[in-house]
Design a protein. Structure first.
Length: 152
């Protein structure tokens, strides 16, 4: 395939000067420009495709999104008379408040078990080492008061 391009004389001079600076022939320079253009187009389109997929997934899985409006944006604009704008996937892509609603919530059973173990350990430490750490429970102080009253 042969492509012919008519260039104005001033642009032709600039192109020839650039080719001499780079050490290329004008044909090689044009080939490299065309190659760069098509590689750039491919890489940018793939980047935007992936970015759009990730953004749409964030819109669907965000805790603050109902897939049409962002509740955080809506709450910001409650008192203003501005109409709430629909959600934009690209804004969600870079949102710092994103919270995934699919994440599992911690089970309360584990928390109560850990709390019970901690209470038992604290009780054991107080019973064994309470005198050494200068801890007096309310029960012991009440017993001491009663003994003092009985001694009188």
């Amino acid at each position: 395939m042969k492509v012919t391009i008519e260039l104005p004389p001033d642009i032709e001079k600039v192109l020839v000067e650039k080719c001499k600076e780079k050490g290329l022939s004008p044909e090689q320079f044009i080939y490299s420009l065309i190659e760069w253009y098509f590689k750039r187009q491919k890489s940018e389109s793939e980047f935007f495709r992936v970015a759009k997929e990730v953004a749409e997934e964030k819109v669907k899985t965000c805790k603050f999104s109902d897939e049409s409006f962002c509740s955080l944006k809506a709450l910001e604009d409650v008192f203003s008379e501005v109409k709430v704008e629909p959600i934009s996937p690209y804004r969600c892509l870079f949102c710092v408040y994103y919270v995934d609603r699919r994440k599992e919530k911690p089970k309360k059973e584990v928390d109560t078990k850990v709390l019970d173990i901690a209470k038992l350990a604290a009780k054991l430490v107080v019973d064994l080492y309470g005198d050494r750490i200068f801890y007096r429970s309310k029960k012991r102080s009440d017993e001491e008061k009663i003994e003092k009253l009985l001694d009188l």
